[in-house]
Write a protein that binds this ligand. Sequence first.
Ligand SMILES: [Zn+2]
Ligand SMILES: [Zn+2]
Length: 520
Amino acid sequence: LWIIPNQPQTWSTTLSRTIQLSRLLKNRGLCVQRERGERGFTLKNKGKMRNTFQRRRNLADASSRVLSPTRVATDQLSVKAHTSTGILSKTTSTTVQKRVAHTPTMKRPVIPAEFGAKVPTNVRQRYLNIFIDECLKFCSSEQQAFQMALEEEKVVYDRSSSKNIYLNVAVNTLKKLRKSPAVSVNRKSQSHEGVLGGRLAATTSYTINRSGKQQDVDPKGAILYNKQKKYAMTEEQLQEHGYPRPHPEMSGQAVVHNLPEKKNNDPFSKICCRCGAEYKINANGSCVRKEECSHHWGRLRRNRVPGGWETLYSCCSGAVGSPGCEVCKQHVQDGRKESLDGFVKTFSKPLPVDGNGGVYALDCEMCYTKQGLELTRVTVINSDLKVIYDTFVKPGSKVVDYNTRFSGVTQDDLENTTITLRDVQAVLLSMFSAESILIGHSLESDLFALKLIHSMVVDTAIVFPHRLGLPYKRALRNLMADYLKRIIQDNVGGHDSSEDARACMELMIWKIKEDAKVKR
Ligand SMILES: [Zn+2]
Ligand SMILES: [Zn+2]
């Protein structure tokens, strides 16, 4: 299993090794789970994994992650949900080279399954395995390594009230284990606050430290605001990239420039945005016929093959035009650009005396309803990477598909939610002014879901463009892997809006620090 030491490593080799390692670990975790005959795991197609346990996150977990709009930020934990450096993503297309696996002589310990536990067992098992691998590097026996890893994992679990916090704490523990074996061995006497990192870790963990020596100071306040402002989109860019813009005459109405011309004028005929099929709806928006939607949920990817390139779906490596690898109950539409009313616009407010208009990162999750894509969760992160607003949102129309694979939001999450889009808009209008900088990845998508018109936008998909130019855009997880050397969106339960929003903020803080280095 182990990685050959003492070899000059470039980041890409390190990454691919880490990925290979994680894949091995993950597979091992799966094997362990399967051996134990747990229900809930189905391995459907290559590389496709689901865990129904994870989907049934209990409500206690869900509510602990969500702030009500009236309780903003005061007691929010600084949850850093950057998931595990070095865990394979479900969409990573890196090829795995054959390598000889390290065969442990002892059977690895297994996390006992607790149904409805605050952290899914497979996540715990995955981290236990990673901890074991780290401990094996410096422990004198497997027995000792297993014991230490079990203790570490238990501390992480006991400390965590939710999966997000668990991931955060686990990553910090892992860093600690990797950093200094000697410290870890002698750590019995050290407080676990030290392990968890506390304030120091929260401020330094996103500081990229290439040389391993210097500690950068993160720009704050008005300095940060003014530096980010240079990346704000112009009105022309906002229009070019299809952001919602204010209607010149009607307040509450948005206009979109550069919309592709609509070919289909029949209001009762829709094109499914997943599989491309045409389907009929009735007057109240429901599908006329029960037709399954067979589609590929992954993206098309170009892969290098001997003699050229081939384009395959990232979900199942299926060819273009191959039958879908996922079947959902019915077809769905985006629909967000079809009703451009109900929009609100941020108000201009005088800048505070220090000149800091505020810098925030924002991300939304959506589900499919009869109307199309509707908001189900929104997260706002401030420039200290703290969650200042995070809530589930009840969609206005009947849900057709929870879209959990992408949103991470489940039916359970929305069951007891009473917050509506209108409530969210009210909170955001008081939180932001027209001068506030909102950072996001393809933020236009979020602004349509929020029905929010805002002009001071920093879009990480534009700041970090694809080398082929538009319409290609780089995925947020690839940006994070390339620039911050971190793997995000590794969660089998779907994306996490707080993770994505934080990633955008971190990327932009990284960017202005890089700018400063160049100037020096
Ligand atoms: Zn597929
Ligand atoms: Zn469809």
